[in-house]
Every structure is written in structure tokens, then in C-alpha cells.
Design a protein around this ligand. Structure first.
Ligand code: PAF
Length: 275
């Protein structure tokens, strides 16, 4: 496995590769990321994983500085997963000047749900992902559905900018008790970790109720929010949406998903389920 810290080195390696799959990450890899790597290995002969904690997508009071950086352990896992190249640029390589050009996703996609609570987040994500796409020129890019809105924004960016990249979304990997794997789970205290699967249980209860014909989404959402609050959570949102654009459901035929973000102690967790 080769490690590249410069764009020039990565591009030279990419020039000799055939079909390439890219898995963008911010490191601190867990089994969810490794599942993305395995999918990438199935998709293409050469797999490139990027490891870059992207300052642009963090708000001023968010966890950029304390985001866990575990590069050596990450590389061991990437190598074992069959990744051929790691692109791990320093910040000065990705952003040699303050980034003046940005990808501004449309507000109806980026200003709702996560975007309403993390202003500028998807602008930062779309900007770095387009830059990574420009550096790597992948044929395939693999993302997890855990960041469901991020996946929607990236799919739309690829479509609207006519990028020749097949975007693959992979189901969320969960712990045995249902908690979605996330780098931020490491922030939870043991007591919070024991409580954390409640978020998935509430989403699963809503998904079951909707599958059984319940259409009063507001009542389902309110009951779940109350239960979370009664157990010490501070929810940002919990909402049943259309899968395609994450707007409110319009017709009974709309494929749906239920998405949530909530704080448990100092940790903000997100999760979702397709219904
Ligand atoms: O999902 C993530 O880890 C990040 O948002 C991404 C896609 C690597 C961009 O920094």
C-alpha cells in the first residue's frame, strides 16, 4: 500500500491505474469504513482511500480540533482491507491558500435537517469532495448511507456537474445493539454508550409503524422525540422524509426514510433508516 501526501504523487500513481474506486474518509476508521473499502475492492481494480479531516465542513464551535486522528492504525486497517493507495494530504496541500472557491449546494438540499443545524456544513463537504474527485479522478466513489443527506448532496452534485463518477451508497454498519458505527461514538461515556441505541430503536419503531400503514408522521415523530427527551437526549430533528430529496412526503407512493440527529451529553449522534 502506498501513502501519498501530495497531489502530484497521488496523480502519478493514479495515471498508471485502470478503474479506480475512491473512498473519502476523515480517518479514525471503524468497521463501517472497512465495509466501504470492501465494496470499493469489488467495484474496481485499484482502491484509493483518502484520509483528511476537512476543516471546511466543521462549524466554529464543532469538534475539528478534537476529532480523533489515528493515522497509523487506520493505515493498518486499510492495508488489510486491500486498499492500494492512501491519499493523506496535509492541510497546506489541500488548502495552500484559504479556499476562495466553494461548491454551494442548493439550500433546499443543504439548508434542511443537518444543514439547518450545521450551517455551511454541506458547502464544506461538497467543496472537499469535488476537490478530491478532481485530484483522484475516480470511476467510482463509495459513501456510507449513515450520512444520508451527505450522500444525496453528493449524488446531486455529480449529476448536476456531469461528473463521470458512479456514486455507490452502502448500508450503515451497526453494533449488535443497533447503534450506527461512527467515529464520534468514541466520545460517549460508558453510561451514554449504553443509552445510545435508543436512537436507532426509535427510528426502527417509526419505520415499523409506517410499514404497517401508519401515516400520521407528526404523531410518530412527536412520540419518539418525547421518549428521547425523557431519557436525557437533546434532539435536533427527527423526521420522516422522501428518500429522493429529503423533502416532506407528498404521496403514499414516495419511498421514505426517517432521519434524526440528537445530542447525548456532549456527543451529537445522527442516524437514519430507509422505510
Ligand atoms: O463522511 C465523511 O467522512 C466526510 O464528510 C467526507 C465525505 C470524507 C468529506 O470530508
Amino acid at each position: 500500500m502506498q501513502i501519498h501526501t501530495t497531489i502530484a504523487s497521488l496523480r502519478a500513481a493514479r495515471a498508471n491505474a485502470g478503474k479506480v474506486a475512491l473512498v473519502p474518509t476523515m480517518g479514525n476508521l471503524h468497521d463501517g469504513h472497512i465495509a466501504l473499502m470492501h465494496e470499493a475492492v469489488k467495484q474496481a481494480g485499484t482502491v484509493i482511500a483518502s484520509v483528511f479531516v476537512n476543516r471546511l465542513q466543521f462549524g466554529p464551535s464543532e469538534d475539528f480540533d478534537r476529532y480523533p486522528r489515528t493515522f497509523e492504525a487506520d493505515c493498518a486497517r486499510l492495508q488489510a482491507a486491500g486498499v492500494g493507495h492512501v491519499f493523506a494530504p496535509h492541510e497546506a496541500e489541500m488548502y495552500p491558500q484559504p479556499q476562495g472557491y466553494h461548491v454551494e449546494p442548493p439550500p433546499e438540499q443543504a439548508g434542511i435537517l443537518e444543514g439547518a443545524f450545521r450551517p455551511g456544513h454541506f458547502r464544506g463537504v461538497a467543496t472537499v469532495v469535488l476537490k478530491l474527485f478532481n485530484v483522484v479522478a475516480p470511476n467510482v466513489a463509495v459513501f456510507g448511507k449513515k450520512d444520508y443527506q451527505q450522500l444525496m448532496v453528493i449524488r446531486n452534485m455529480v449529476q448536476q456537474l456531469a461528473l463521470p463518477i458512479n456514486v455507490v451508497g452502502l448500508d450503515t454498519i451497526r453494533a449488535a445493539d443497533g447503534l450506527a458505527l461512527s467515529s464520534r461514538n468514541g466520545y460517549l461515556t460508558p453510561a451514554e454508550r449504553a443509552e445510545a441505541p435508543r436512537l436507532h430503536r426509535q427510528l426502527a419503531a417509526i419505520a415499523d409503524a409506517v410499514r404497517q400503514g401508519q401515516r400520521d408522521f407528526a404523531a410518530l415523530e412527536a412520540a419518539a422525540l418525547t421518549d428521547l427527551q425523557q431519557h436525557g437526549w437533546q434532539p435536533d430533528y427527527l423526521s420522516v422524509r422522501r428518500r429522493a430529496d429529503l423533502q416532506a412526503p407528498q404521496s403514499a407512493a414516495d419511498p421514505l426514510a426517517v432521519l434524526a440527529a440528537a445530542r447525548l451529553g456532549k456527543t451529537r449522534l445522527i442516524d437514519n433508516l430507509e422505510i
